[in-house]
Structures are given as structure tokens and as C-alpha cells.
Design a protein. Structure first.
Length: 208
């Protein structure tokens, strides 16, 4: 990671602004979330869009909002085993623990996603996934549902204190930075998080 002070401050600002998008409320929350995200991607110094593409950038591509992809799930304990994901970049291999399992149904089919926790962090839950829309409609290596360490969970993961029942909203599923530029390297969905159903919700491929 660069030690340039300006870039480090820009990164802090980027993460704060992205996190703020996930605290948008109201009936038009998804629309305002997408509009705000497009504005950040076009104008912010930490945007993953290549600098020479930003002037012509007109927005990311999304599936229409679909309430069928806002689902009830049950969080069950994981076995705590480690999973190593090689990003292929300067961050190298990242170590996670299998902290839990989310069990739910999509399109009438039982589904399960492993919830990962970074070994290097205290707390922080991360859920990458891949589904049958990849690679033709969505990024071939999968998308992210939420990452609590980066505050990308506020509108996605609805929690009731004292309960293991949660609500997941796949309409907010988003691409990793490496979907926009080879400059980025990202941890991607492990095989156990491949859903055998199409998730036609959230973000599509950046370039078709």
C-alpha cells in the first residue's frame, strides 16, 4: 500500500462516503444509493474506474429493484476453520475464518453462504458470492453482498438484537474493485459460496 499521505486520506474519505450511502433510508433508498455511488465512481480520487475513463463514465449497470431478492435468512455458527484466498496482488493471500453460515431460500431453492471473518481484524464479517448470472450478466468471479469492516452492510443486512434471524437484500450486491480495472486485486468468492440459482439483482457487469 502506498505511504503517500494524500492517497491515504483519500482512501479514508472514500470509505466514509461509501459507508454513508448504506445509511440512506426511505422508500427511494436504493435509487439514491445507486445515484450516490455513480457520483463517487465518477469524481472521487479513489474511484476504481480508470482515470482516463471517468470523463465518459455515465454510471454503473444494475438489475431493476426486485423485492423477491430481499430474503429472510438464519445465521448459524461456522466451524471456525481457516480459508485462505489469494488475491493475486500485493496483498497476497488473505486469511479468513468461517465464522457462520447464512441459510435462506431463493427462487424456491435452499441456499447457503459462508460468512467469513478476517483473521487480521477483530470482528468484521464478509460475504462474497457467485451465482448463475456470471459471467454473462455479472462479473465472472462473483460479487460482494456485504463487508462490515468497510461499512457496506447498513441497507443489506437487517439484524434484530438477540436473534439469529436476519434479512438479506441482494439488490445491493456489488462488484469488487477488480471488476473495473486490472490495477486492483480482490478476494473473490470461494467455491462454497457459488449459488446454483441466478441472482438477477444488484450490480451487473461494468462492461458488456
Amino acid at each position: 500500500m502506498s505511504s503517500d499521505p494524500q492517497r491515504l486520506l483519500d482512501l479514508v474519505d472514500w470509505r466514509r462516503r461509501v459507508g454513508d450511502l448504506y445509511r440512506t433510508g426511505g422508500p427511494d433508498a436504493l435509487q439514491r444509493f445507486r445515484e450516490g455511488r455513480d457520483e463517487l465512481f465518477k469524481t472521487h480520487p479513489q474511484s476504481p474506474i480508470e482515470p482516463d475513463e471517468r470523463a465518459s463514465f455515465t454510471g454503473l449497470h444494475y438489475f431493476p429493484e426486485d423485492p423477491a431478492y430481499r430474503v429472510h435468512a438464519r445465521m448459524e455458527a461456522g466451524d471456525g476453520s481457516e480459508l485462505v484466498i489469494d488475491t493475486g496482488g500485493e496483498d497476497g493471500a488473505i486469511r479468513y475464518r468461517r465464522a457462520g453460515q447464512l441459510n435462506f431460500q431463493l427462487a424456491g431453492q435452499p441456499c447457503r453462504l459462508t460468512v467469513l471473518s478476517l483473521v487480521q481484524y477483530a470482528g468484521g464479517l464478509f460475504v462474497p458470492f457467485k451465482d448463475l448470472t456470471a459471467p454473462h450478466q455479472t462479473y465472472g468471479a462473483g460479487r460482494y453482498l456485504f463487508d462490515t469492516a468497510k461499512n457496506t452492510d447498513g441497507l443489506v443486512l437487517e439484524i434484530t438484537p438477540g436473534s439469529s434471524e436476519v434479512v438479506l437484500d441482494f439488490n445491493y450486491a456489488y462488484n469488487a474493485s477488480c471488476a473495473y480495472s486490472p490495477r486492483w486485486a480482490c478476494p473473490l468468492a470461494p467455491p462454497e459460496n457459488f449459488l446454483r440459482v441466478p441472482v438477477t439483482a444488484g450490480e451487473k457487469n461494468y462492461k458488456s
